[in-house]
Structure formats: C-alpha cells, structure tokens
Design a protein around this ligand. Structure first.
Ligand SMILES: NC(=O)c1ccc[n+]([C@@H]2O[C@H](COP(=O)([O-])OP(=O)(O)OC[C@H]3O[C@@H](n4cnc5c(N)ncnc54)[C@H](OP(=O)(O)O)[C@@H]3O)[C@@H](O)[C@H]2O)c1
Length: 165
C-alpha cells in the first residue's frame, strides 16, 4: 500500500516554516512513528535536512537532483526512477514530505491512502499541503487528540475511484 502521511495546520494547510515544522507535538511524532514503522519513507532533500539522522525502523528514500550519495538509504534523481524502484517493494510506502513531495505524490495513482493530521493552530509558514478534492479523497476514519493546548485530528482518507465519463 502506498500512502501520504502529513500534518497540516487547519485551515491554512501550512506544513513548514524555514525548513522545519512550525510546531513541536510529541504525540503527533509518536503517531507518525507508529504508522510508518517497518515501511519506506519517501522524502525530499529539504525534509531530510530538517531531520538529519536516520529514523529507526524505517528506510529512507530520498529525491534530490543535487545530492549524489546518501549513506542512510537510497537516493534518486528523478521521480520516475524512484517510482519504478518502489514498484518492486513489498513494504508499505509513505510519502512523507515536504511540499514538493506531497504535490507530486497526490497525483500518483498508486497512492490510495492519505493520513492527514489537521492541527488546529494559527501559524505562519512558507510551505503548504496541496488542496485536496473532497470528491476524490473521502474521510474513512478519524481520531481526535490533544497535547497541552493544541488539539489535532488524524484523518485517514481513501482515494475514491473516479467516476467513468
Ligand atoms: N508537516 C508535515 O507533515 C511535513 C512533513 C515533511 C516536511 N515538512 C516541512 O516541509 C518543508 C520542506 O518542504 P519543501 O517543499 O521545501 O522541500 P522537500 O519537498 O522536502 O524537498 C524538496 C527537494 O526535493 C528534491 N526534489 C523535489 N522534486 C524533485 C524532482 N522532481 N526531481 C528531483 N528532485 C526533486 C529537490 O532536492 P534538490 O534541491 O537536492 O535537488 C528539492 O529541492 C520543511 O519546512 C519541512 O519541515 C512538513
């Protein structure tokens, strides 16, 4: 199964600021870890630079035109090479950001799940999650959480089959 996993401010869809997450919510990070454990995380070079160390229990596959070597996982210079290599994998695949990766992944037909955590917070940012079509992405399950004074909801969306024209 190929999925997107993201957290975005509601309703602005902000996901990042100055190369980092605009919030620090340890429970949300734990949910991310539990969901993605044992899988492949596909991320862009800038997101990798914000993490800088390998994440236990997961493989990292990086997309970058600039970097040619990546000792912590696999690296690809083009989306098509990466998708081709993913097709031979049996592990669950998670497209994990940032904005450029989300905008690409939302258009990949094999991506059938979207785990989007809406964070009810007003925040400035420079990167956003793309707007999603409510007809195409339907909420299947959701759960509410809070940490301190921040509340958030994790929604699992399923991609609907397109109506035949
Ligand atoms: N809230 C969340 O769920 C979440 C998750 C992840 C990240 N983030 C945030 O998102 C922000 C980063 O997002 P971003 O959009 O600036 O960067 P990004 O998507 O993480 O990485 C962009 C880089 O990926 C590579 N890339 C993208 N498209 C490519 C293509 N078609 N071919 C080859 N390489 C390609 C390029 O690397 P090169 O420049 O090396 O060629 C590009 O500069 C940060 O603030 C981060 O904290 C938020």
């Amino acid at each position: 199964m190929w999925s997107i996993v993201a957290a975005a401010a509601y309703p602005s869809r902000v996901i990042g600021r100055s190369g980092k997450l605009p919030w620090r919510i340890s429970l949300e990070l734990r949910l991310f870890r539990e969901l993605t454990w044992g899988g492949i995380l596909v991320m862009g070079r800038r997101t990798w630079e914000s993490i800088t160390s390998p994440l236990p229990g997961r493989e990292i596959w990086l997309l970058s035109r600039q970097m040619t070597e990546f000792p912590h996982g696999r690296i690809f210079a083009t989306p098509s090479e990466l998708v081709k290599a993913l097709a031979n994998q049996s592990k669950p695949v998670f497209f994990a950001g940032g904005e450029m990766i989300f905008r690409w992944a939302i258009g990949i037909p094999e991506v059938q799940r979207l785990y989007l955590t809406w964070i009810f917070i007003h925040t400035e940012g420079d990167t956003t999650f793309p707007a999603i079509s409510e007809e195409e992405w339907q909420p299947y399950a959701w759960e509410y959480f809070y940490e301190g004074c921040i509340s958030f909801t994790r929604v699992e969306y399923h991609r609907q089959k397109q109506a035949l024209q």
